[in-house]
Design a protein around this ligand. Structure first.
Ligand code: FAD
Length: 497
């Protein structure tokens, strides 16, 4: 939520908070603010307009709350550090005073991960946005975590490289958020997800210790503890630098699309392509509803399921990948639809106007990504779609698959509807989520592929990871005994602070 919108809101509404009833006043003593000011001169604010601005992330239900005059939660203040040393001192102070800390990238997280539900200090990393170094010989870039995703990719493109990490939110998300959520980009089938790209990390622990790994291709030096930060959602500390893999900008791009009778034949085609060790950069399968929504102008797509493929890299390799993919798709009954649908996808892939268009009309919707092995993929798709449709009030239930592995696939489900008369918006919203989570677990899927746990999935995490939950809790309490880091996220816990 921008500063401008927050300012307008302050003028027009009296608000309530969902997570901290009646919290409007800053509970911080002037002393804490003064101490923060001495750590980060001109980089601290406890103004109401800033606190309102940082009251939410992009979790879709929070827009409904906002329209109903409710803010999710208010932080006590916001700090904008400029280097790892300042982060260290902020965390030392918070640890001493047992103040909650919420690391903040760009607030594009969609599961409530950056909402300051216990108040405290939001540490916005945007001022730490420098590219430290490019190592051309080793194909690596070292960057600070607050860098905006598109600024990083454009910088690399200008120098003749790509990172190949292009999430749909690339214009509004940061490197730190990607690492903390284990993000996945649209070109992930070739380039991998963010955790495949990380070579080294620097992070500050809650007691202020700075840990740093070396930018070497691999080590056999025990467990690589810094990897705990991948998917940590701000629970273990603050990531302050990362070294990532980069690639020479691709020489050639080629695009193909095919219409299949159903999702299952399209999935089979991709499974067989992957089995041949061929990795197109973009692979997306749309079910019939989504094909109708996105490719209604494509001749041959009516009542079909579209598969789009984009190959890129070395000219000769791309030609070969093209041939193998085409032959495999045709072998599974795919009808070639040319490259136009892929161009259409490329042009429209960052459009996300639905939430601002439909939420004000009372429509509640969300997208939920899960992953599953090939063996269970067809059943999981079918079961989740049926489960969403069974929830009263749901009018849209559809899916596509957008990240692929020789072992399985990520499905991305969309639901939308209007809560029945007797149901509050959140009750309706949560029942659809519950239906999806439950059927995903029943069909042996993983409840999140790349958005993370945050608030909405917290109650499901233990069911997903079983005994590992105890291990995770022990690690957390060893690293962060006062539970200052992003409390209340990922796990359902009592208010300890
Ligand atoms: C329209 C739209 C499209 C999206 N598309 C994709 C997609 O294609 N792929 C994908 O993976 N996700 C996608 N997302 C989700 C979101 O963009 C990602 O989760 C992203 O990784 C969040 O980055 P951020 O910088 O906005 O983080 P924030 O939302 O600010 O924070 C997310 C979490 O990371 C923690 N965090 C942030 N920075 C740090 C740090 N430096 N150290 C420690 N913890 C930190 C926060 O505390 C929080 O728990 C999309 C979201 C939207 C709104």
């Amino acid at each position: 939520m921008s500063f401008y919108i927050a300012n307008c809101l302050l003028e027009i509404m009296s608000y309530d908070t969902v997570y901290q009833k009646d919290k409007k006043d800053c509970v911080f003593s002037k002393k804490i603010i003064e101490q923060l000011n001495s750590i980060v001169p001109n980089g601290v604010s406890d103004k109401e307009v800033d606190r309102v601005t940082y009251s939410k992330d992009y979790w879709p239900i929070t827009l409904r709350w906002l329209l109903d005059g409710k803010l999710p939660a208010l932080p006590d203040c916001i700090v904008w550090p400029e280097n790892a040393q300042q982060v260290t001192e902020i965390l030392r102070l918070a640890n001493r005073e047992k103040i909650p800390i919420v690391p903040f990238g760009e607030g594009s997280g969609v599961v409530g991960g950056a909402i300051p539900i216990r108040g405290g200090i939001v540490v916005d990393m945007k001022k730490m946005d420098s590219v430290v170094e490019i190592d051309d010989l080793g194909l690596m870039v070292t960057v600070q975590p607050g860098i905006n995703g598109m600024n990083l990719e454009r910088y690399l493109n200008r120098k003749g490289y790509t990172m190949g990490h292009i999430p749909q939110s690339i214009y509004c998300s940061s490197l730190g958020g990607w690492l903390a959520c284990r993000a996945a980009g649209q070109f992930s089938t070739k380039y991998g997800k963010i955790e495949d790209m990380v070579v080294a990390l620097e992070a500050v622990l809650p007691d202020g210790t700075i840990i740093k790994s070396k930018p070497v291709p691999r080590s056999s030096t025990g467990p690589q503890v810094e990897q705990l930060f991948l998917g940590s959602e701000g629970r273990f500390g603050i990531i302050t630098e990362a070294t990532l893999k980069i690639w020479p900008y691709p020489e050639e791009r080629s695009m193909l699309s095919f219409a299949f009778d159903d999702v299952y034949h399209a999935l089979e085609a991709v499974r067989k392509i992957m089995r041949k060790n061929v990795y197109p950069a973009v692979v997306r399968i749309y079910d019939m509803n989504e094909t109708l929504r996105h490719f209604y102008e494509t001749k041959g797509a009516k009542d079909k399921c579209m598969l789009i493929l984009l190959m890129e890299g070395d000219k000769k390799l791309v030609k070969l990948e093209n041939e193998i993919s085409e032959m495999t798709c045709k072998g599974e009954g795919g009808v070639a639809c040319g490259d136009e649908p892929v161009h259409h996808w490329l042009e429209t892939r960052f459009n996300v106007k639905e939430s601002s268009e439909f939420t004000p009309r009372g429509f509640i919707f969300d997208t939920v990504e899960v992953s599953v092995g090939w063996k269970n993929a067809p059943n999981l798709y079918k079961t989740v779609i049926e489960a969403m449709r069974k929830v009263g009030g749901v009018v849209v239930a559809s899916g596509h698959a957008s990240h692929f592995y020789p072992q399985g696939v990520c499905f991305y489900f969309t639901f939308g509807g209007i809560p029945p008369k007797d149901a509050a918006p959140f009750t309706f919203y949560e029942s659809v989520w519950d239906a999806i989570m439950k059927s995903c677990l029943e069909e042996q899927g993983s409840i999140s592929h790349h958005h993370g746990i945050g608030l909405i999935r917290a109650k499901w995490l233990e069911k997903e990871i079983g005994e590992r939950m105890q291990m995770l809790k022990k690690i957390k309490s060893a690293i962060d005994p006062h539970n200052i880091m992003n409390p209340g996220k990922m796990v359902v816990e009592r208010e300890e602070n």
